[in-house]
Structures are given as structure tokens and as C-alpha cells.
Design a protein around this ligand. Sequence first.
Ligand code: HEM
Length: 467
Amino acid sequence: MEAIQLSTPPVLSGAMPGIGHLIEFGRNRAGLLQRGLEEVGKVFTVKLGPQNVAVVMGPENHRVFFMETDKKLNIGTSYQFLRAIFGEVFFMAGHDVYLRQKPLITQAFRREKMVHYISVMGREVQEWLDSLDDEGEFEIVETMGWLAQEIAGHALMGDRFQEEIGREFWDLYADLSKSIDPILPPNLPLPKFWRRDRAKERMTQMLMPILEERRAHPEAYNDFLQDFVNARYTDTDEPVEDELLLNMMLGLMFAGHETTAGQAAWNVILLLQHPEYLELVQEEIDRLAPYGQPVDGKLLHALTHMGYAVTETERLRPSADMLMRDVDEEIEVGGYRIPVGWKVQLATELAHRLPELFDEPDYYDPLRFAPGREEDKADRFALVGFGGGMHKCTGMNFANNEISVITTLLLQQFDLELVTRKPHVARSTGANRPSPTIIRYRRKPQLELAVAATPHEAAAGCPHHAA
Ligand code: HEM
């Protein structure tokens, strides 16, 4: 009997000759994908110019996406636009190179390391809060971007990095971020690519002396960067090359700050938009985390309502809404075949709103993660804001802890009000984030006196200021 030939996924309506869905994708990719789900179902084809892209949703299809990665699906080639910036690191490298690098990265995120990172987060957030007036307004998206840079610079690059070269470094970083372009060849003679190359060169010049100092005096440092500098390949026991070290540091700072800033901003905004749930979180903070209480892993673990809020933010407002793979060998997904040369896209934001997984999925309802409901546990590929399988985000705990620390200390010390009532998702080639959003703040009356009268004493009483 002849085998039945499967067909490729149905093409979503509205493809224009030559360019397919390119214009609609550029203007409103979330709307396009939503239309695909409604009109066709959980697996459909979008045409981006000549490129066929199979969009897949639903845990059974996510499983294929993640489990076939590094087998029939290629993560490296699909993010090759990042390779122009960071070189052959992480998933941008070939699979064998990636496997050699992976232990170097995971060792830096071990549980015992997190204790130090959480204390850095507490200190940086407290410094920001102490710099605020007793009342006023701030724009949360920019502020979270800046704060996430301070935290990433300090936690990953060491105590002195932010003071010594932090700001110049992050200004150059903006040129790297702006050069990200998944469509154009990365070496076209365009000003944004020239700026990228100049920035990379300058950043290398800035970081090289730091590496040299670390290599010369390893005993003087005990932090993330030093672990990296000391690291040796597990197979050859050789030290990691300087160029690779630099690229990995740049890559981690990239992976770690814009994404985290976006979800941190949304976490606060969503809480302010839902006062009933905010009340639960506030009560928990007042009870378990009064001013002066050290912020550590134990406390964050105890703040269960905060934890549910952070997960609900990942579900509703994932910073990474598009995960991509290239098809190296034909695969079958959802009863369709996806041929070699196609791309496969997992749309996290839409996948998180499938009603068979999440009850009333469009509603903000963090208690869906509480015991008795635990909707995220029904399938390990239901919630995929941090990816899944072999390449699941290494910095997930770092990011979630950072979001919790920021939100906890903010709500511990300030009453907040959303001035921009309905921010929307601002999408770009990088991480998603909220559109500019103004927050009005007022220091809690019981703290006003302490902070204004004797900032140093207040700080001394505040363990976040411990050296
Ligand atoms: C809210 C914040 C974050 C989000 C939403 C996020 C999301 C993701 C996602 C979706 C992936 C998998 C990509 C794919 O499968 O195509 C990933 C991978 C990765 N992330 Fe994150 N991330 C965040 C924060 C961080 C932080 C703070 C760091 C480190 C400081 C980090 C480091 C990495 C690394 C190294 C990988 C590659 C893992 C591998 O290939 O083995 N991320 N992230």
C-alpha cells in the first residue's frame, strides 16, 4: 500500500504575490498570527516574501518544536542575524561548539550563585528608590531598562563595572541593539551596521583591560565574571579564549536585560491595573517583607502571590513572542509535513492564550497558578515564555528573581498609581515591552521621615545597603 503523502500547512489568506504576508507581518504580527489561529487552526503557513514559515501552537506541537531542536530543526541558523554581533556563542554556534560552551554558562547560574545576585538586585533597586523624591512620576519602561542594565552590569561584570565604564558601555550597547535585523544581510553597507561594528570594537577595547586584570589577579575577585575567566573546558581542561569570553559576556548582557526590563515593567503595570489582586500582593509584602527585611531567596520564595503575578506576566506579556527554527530535515507537525528550507515559528503570546490550557485565557488571573489549579503544570510545554527543552533560558531564575525584587521593594516603600492607564505592547525586532507608561508614586507616609531626615541612617538600617 502506498504511504499517504501529508500536505504542508494551509496558507493563511491574504498572501500577496511576491511578498506574501510581509506587510501585514511588519505592521501587526500579533494580529496576523491571531487571524491564522482563528481562520486555520494551530498549524498554518505564513509567507514572508519567498520564505515559508510554519507557525505552530499547542503543547503537542511545542513538544516537536523543542525536542527536534538541534536534530531536524536548527536554532543557530535561524538567529544568524545575532551572530554578526556576538559571534559563535550559545545557540548561535554549531551544536558541538554549543555543547562545549553550555557547562561554562550553567555553572555561572548555579543556585548558590543566585544568593549573591539577589543581594546585588536588592542593593541596586534600593539605590534607585532612595534617589526618588517623596512623590513624583517616572516612566517605567525607560526606568526598568536602565535598572536592568545596572543590575546586569553589576551582577555579571563585578562591583566596579557600573561606576567605571557602565554608562559608556550601555550607550554603545544601544548601537548593537539597533542593528538587529532578521531580514537584511548583516554585512550590507548600511550606517546601522557600521555603527554596530564600531561599537563592538570600542566595547572590546573597554573590556579587554578588565579581562587582563582578572587573569593577572584571579584571587582578588569572587564574582560571576571571575568564574567565567577561571572556567576551563570540561573536555580539554583548557581556559576559555579571550574573544569567546568577551562575546559570551556581551551575549549574556544582551539576553538578560531588555527581556527582563520588559516583563518587569509589565509586572508592575498589570498589578496596578488589577487592584483586587494587588491587594493580596500588598498584604503579603506588608506581612512578610516590611521595610528593613533582607531580600533573599527565602523571602522571595515565601512571597507566593508575587510569584504567581510574575508567572502571569510571563504568560500574558512574554518579552520573546517569536521563537524561530530552520528546518534542516523534513518534520511532521500536527498532521502536516514541514519541508527542508522552511522556518518554524512558535508564537508564545498566542500559545499562552489557548483555552484548552488556560481557563478564560484573556483574563489576568495569577491564582490560576495556585495549588488546586496549577494550570501551568498540565503540560511542561504549556508555558513557554522562557522557551523549553535543551535551549530553555539559562537566566530564567535570575530574571524572575529580579522582577520580584523590583516589584517587592517598590510596593514595600511606595504607593503607586497608573497615569497612563492603557499601555499597549510595543513590538520590535528585539524584546517586547510596554509602550511608554507614566507611574505616579508617593513614598509611604511611615517611611518619609526616616529616608528624608537621615538617608544614611535609614540606609544603614536597611540591609539592602549592606556592603
Ligand atoms: C524575562 C526575561 C527573559 C526572557 C523572557 C528570556 C527568554 C528566553 C527564551 C525564550 C530563550 C530560548 C530561545 C529559543 O528557544 O529560541 C532564552 C534563552 C536564553 N536566555 Fe533568556 N530570557 C530572559 C532573561 C535572561 C537572562 C536574565 C539571561 C542571563 C543573564 C538569559 C540568558 C539566556 C541564555 C544564555 C539563553 C540560551 C540558552 C541555550 O541556548 O542553552 N535570559 N531566553
